[in-house]
Design a protein around this ligand. Structure first.
Ligand code: CA
Length: 225
């Protein structure tokens, strides 16, 4: 899950970034409205957190530009408590939710999760492939009823693969959703993490769920036969 934060206040931006990274999201931060609009049009984010008072271009205009460009990514706007009309304008312009400053980080995380869930059409929340089960709320992963402990990056990779089970995922696709924008796609980091996951998920199993698709990437599915 990859999140863009468009926020010019460094303290607020790094506070949100840290909290989201702890929850295994890949996070990019942008301090300016024009840059924010451009990067959000170019990169396929899963969620955008957008401040309204921004240098360059106001948040409301960023929002409008993205919706005009048919960018459908869920957008959570951050507004000042006193500005009721800002919230209304924001929601009318296509924001999915809003949070008034100052906010509790737990609330921001809860709302982010809700938006991501809604966007993925996921109502039951628990994901299951064969006997592998992942709970995106608690981050608990089990296989055959046995609990599997994953690092934050391993979890993010597995969640992305489970959300896209059966699809062939190329390395650039994985990089785009699991790592941040500074990720160098020429490294073998993705293959290394796939191996970590395999060791934890598929080791000593007759049926490996993580499959290599030669020349393309990886897929997570129940093997045929
Ligand atoms: Ca601001």
């Amino acid at each position: 899950m990859r999140v863009l934060i468009v926020e010019d206040e460094p303290k607020v931006a790094s506070f949100i970034r840290r909290a989201l990274e702890e929850e295994s999201y890949a996070v990019d931060v942008c301090p300016d409205g024009i840059q924010g609009r451009d990067i959000a049009s170019d990169v396929n984010y899963d969620l955008i957190i957008l401040d309204l008072m921004l240098p360059g271009l106001a948040g409301i205009d960023v929002l409008q530009a993205l919706r005009d460009a048919r960018v459908k990514t869920p957008i959570l706007i951050l507004t000042a408590r006193s500005k009721v009309e800002q919230r209304v304008t924001g929601l009318n312009a296509g924001a999915d939710d809003y949070l008034t400053k100052p906010f509790a980080i737990e609330e921001l995380l809860a709302r982010s999760r809700a938006l991501l869930r809604r966007a993925s059409g996921d109502t039951t929340s628990r994901m299951q492939i064969d006997d592998l089960i992942l709970d995106p709320i608690t981050h608990e992963v089990t296989r055959g009823g046995q609990r599997i402990d994953l690092t934050s990056k391993e979890y993010a990779l597995l969640e992305y693969m489970m959300r896209n089970a059966g699809r062939v995922l190329t390395r650039p696709m994985i990089a785009e959703h699991v790592w941040d924008i500074h990720f160098d796609t020429f490294t073998n980091v993705i293959d290394v993490y796939i191996n970590y996951l395999r060791n934890k998920i598929d080791r000593d199993r007759e049926r490996g769920l993580i499959q290599t698709v030669r020349g393309s990437g990886y897929t997570l599915k129940v093997p045929a036969g």
